[in-house]
Design a protein around this ligand. Structure first.
Ligand code: 5GP
Length: 142
């Protein structure tokens, strides 16, 4: 059984503007913002505005708009950081590694020979997140 969506989760608060985030993209259905504990430079999260814990309880209509933005952001982060590749990750329930229960996709620029840092590891400095967000916004606009 899938647990009910909790509107008090931290990403719901980010969506409502109750806590700050470095947003790089927003449309009617989707928001993309910087992960505060990045597993690599430019680690971005893409989430639908529609509430669901993860893919197990999401409305299938969510995925088209969500993955259209995931692709946009993947192309933009590769360009912004001159990356060699891009890793996507998406976790469903705690057994899989999920820690925040609002559906989201991780988009992480990758560089040959550079391993990912630990999941939910160290907080990045706000100024670094702001600088990286600027680079991604610029790449999305170009
Ligand atoms: P999950 O484990 O649920 O797939 O990923 C949650 C992600 O959210 C982690 O990578 C973690 O670093 C990130 N995160 C946790 N709290 C916050 C927060 O308050 N703001 C932002 N921007 N990211 C967060």
């Amino acid at each position: 059984m899938v647990e009910a969506y909790d509107p008090g989760n931290i990403f719901a608060k980010i969506l409502r503007g109750e806590i700050p985030s470095h947003r790089v993209y927003e449309d009617d259905a989707v928001v993309a913002f910087m992960d505060v504990m990045p597993q690599g430079m430019g680690h971005t999260l893409v989430m639908p505005k529609a509430p669901s814990r993860n893919i197990l309880d999401a409305d299938p209509a969510t995925f088209g708009p969500l993955f259209a933005v995931v692709q946009k952001v993947a192309v933009a982060v590769k360009k912004a950081f001159d990356a060699d590749g891009v890793t996507l990750m998406q976790f469903n329930e705690s057994a899989s590694g999920q820690t925040v229960y609002h559906l989201h996709v991780h988009v992480v620029p990758r560089f040959e020979g550079v391993p990912l840092k630990p999941h939910s590891g160290q907080m990045e400095k706000p100024e670094v997140l702001a600088e990286n967000a600027d680079k991604i916004r610029a790449a999305l606009a170009s």
